[in-house]
Design a protein around this ligand. Structure first.
Ligand code: CAA
Length: 258
């Protein structure tokens, strides 16, 4: 898999995807998001891949959509192509677990891309923000919606209306990131978390992910009903039998993803 704007490395069953436009602080050009979408299509159907870690570099996870590419686009250009296009949203519909490992800037579309992952692990150097308002537009890849669900109305309004950035400590405090680690430990921590998930039953992990995501789409009673049906369906899997038998027999489970 050779891409111009991405690097891909396997760590066991974990695919480490590195956004790779360092000179532009990983600005998310149409070419980059198209490549990411293509890669995720491949990884989704590849049984050798159980989880994904998405990262950038020390200075930037990604500093947003590529302003230089889009600055002269007309209303009809963005409306007809439905920019932000499906290639951006591909990550949000990816069914395998995904972790964003964020150091440096995660701004605009960069913050939105990180929020499309299942959870975010941040280096102490991370800076999050939705600064679109400062360049005469608003978030367009889910920022007003996902950020509000992550951190609540008051903080989301503060971020989106002022365009200010928040540091990694504030991001952890308000629930945008799940873990905060020293920058030099970021990749180890993210890869260890993804590898831990990769050891578990793949279909059960997918069900757990689907069920948590349902919480953002439905009422509590419908969500609980949905969860219960998925919980019931785990009892049709050999992996549920194996997991519970292993517990009773005081041994490590050997999941077979079936
Ligand atoms: N698009 C295109 N190029 C970008 C970029 C972006 N979003 N962010 C940074 N770059 C480029 C810069 O133009 C610069 O390129 P040159 O060397 O060719 O001039 C290079 O990356 C390095 O950037 P800076 O010199 O600006 O670096 P800095 O350390 O001084 O500042 C920064 C860093 C504060 C992140 C600053 O680059 C910045 O403000 N970037 C833009 C952030 C932004 O507004 N993001 C939102 C984009 S809109 C969006 O994302 C819409 C959406 O919802 C999808």
């Amino acid at each position: 898999m050779n891409y111009e704007n991405l690097l891909v490395e396997m760590h066991g069953k974990v695919a480490l995807i590195t956004l790779n436009r360092p000179k532009a602080l990983n600005a998310l050009s149409p070419a980059l998001t198209a490549e990411l979408s293509d890669l995720l299509d491949r990884l989704e159907t590849d049984d050798k891949v159980a989880a994904v870690v998405l990262t950038g570099n020390e200075k930037a996870f990604a500093a947003g959509a590529d302003i230089k590419v889009m600055k002269d686009w007309s209303y009809m250009d963005v409306y007809k192509s439905d920019f932000i296009t499906a290639s951006w949203e591909r990550l949000a519909s990816f069914r395998k677990p995904s972790i964003a490992a964020v150091a440096g800037y995660a701004l605009g579309g960069g913050c939105e891309l990180a929020m499309m992952c299942d959870f975010i692990i941040a280096a102490d150097t991370a800076k999050f923000g939705q600064p679109e308002i400062t360049i005469g537009t608003i978030p367009g890849a889910g920022g007003t919606q996902r950020l509000t669900r992550f951190i609540g109305k008051s903080k989301a309004m503060d971020m989106v209306l002022t365009g200010r950035t928040m540091d990694a400590e504030e991001a952890e405090r308000c629930g945008l990131v799940s873990r905060l680690v020293p920058a030099e430990q970021l990749l180890d921590e993210a890869l260890a978390a993804a590898s831990r998930i990769a050891e578990l039953s793949a279909p059960v992990v997918m069900m757990a992910k689907e069920s948590v995501n349902r919480a953002f789409e439905t009422t509590l009673s419908e969500g609980v009903r949905f969860e219960r049906r998925l919980f019931h369906s785990t009892f049709a899997l050999a992996d549920q039998k194996e997991g519970m038998a292993a517990f009773a027999e005081k041994r490590k489970p050997a999941f077979k993803n079936s």
